[in-house]
Design a protein around this ligand. Structure first.
Ligand code: SF4
Length: 238
């Protein structure tokens, strides 16, 4: 049976989803989160990649409840600064961030697919280390919360505040869909939210260490991801 058929999120009708999304389109992200946590309870989880946006959502969720499920995908290739940020967030909010990772260790991956797969087949590497672990964590959930913003990439431009996620077969909630980068950083400054120290060194979008470089002034903020290739997404979002 396909993952989409197994999922519980399809119980919501499309017209209901559109109505909810349009109702929350102009409401603050905290209102979207409050609705999602009340509507889905233990069947919703927040996914964070430890970007500035994800840190904002962790701060907002922590103000609403200390029982929300928050997880991250550990590819085993994150920056040491990102692992340090994970510990800082846990200490600051008194929460535990759930680590999900590939069943393949990096050694096994190298033995099966060759060394430094990310340089030769980044889509396959992302599938093994990000997409498949995400599929595993989403099974049984009715909804997931992401930190994407519409203006980050062309693929994200059409993201609804609340929408169906046909790829993974559940409801996807994007509380920051309408926010700009400036709004994210205003929130971080105002609320003193822990964030990745790499932002001080020219990194504007931070993923796995082998696939992330700083950007130059004038470059697109995501130019440092998979630099030199046409890849712009890891496959978690449409
Ligand atoms: S971002 Fe790079 S290292 Fe990380 S999973 Fe994708 S291809 Fe592999």
């Amino acid at each position: 049976m396909a993952l989409a058929e197994l999922a519980l999120g399809f119980e919501m009708a499309d017209e209901d989803l559109r109505a909810i999304s349009s109702e929350y389109e102009h409401k603050p992200p905290e209102a979207v989160l409050r609705w999602a946590l009340a509507e889905f309870g233990p069947d919703v989880a927040l996914a964070t990649g430890f970007g500035a946006e994800g840190c904002v959502l962790i701060d907002m969720v922590a103000q609403l409840t200390n029982g929300a499920r928050i997880f991250y995908l550990d590819t085993d290739l994150l920056f040491s600064e990102t692992y340090a940020l994970c510990s800082r967030l846990e200490a600051r909010y008194g929460i535990r961030l759930e680590r999900r990772s590939s069943r393949l260790s990096l050694d096994l991956q190298a033995r099966q697919f060759g060394d430094r797969l990310w340089e030769r087949q980044p889509d396959l590497c992302c599938r093994l280390r990000k997409v498949e672990p995400l599929q595993e964590v989403l099974i049984g959930l009715r909804a997931w919360i992401t930190a994407i913003r519409r203006d980050q990439t062309a693929a994200r431009a059409g993201a609804g505040t609340v929408e169906r996620d046909p790829k993974f077969g559940l409801i996807k909630i994007n509380p920051l869909a309408t926010w700009s980068s400036a709004e994210v950083w205003d929130y971080i400054d105002t609320h003193d939210v822990p964030h990745n120290t790499l932002y001080r060194y020219g990194y504007t979008s931070i993923g796995c260490a082998p696939c992330t470089t700083p950007v130059q002034i004038g470059e697109d903020p995501r130019e440092g991801r998979w630099r030199g290739s046409c890849k712009t997404e890891c496959g978690l979002h449409r």
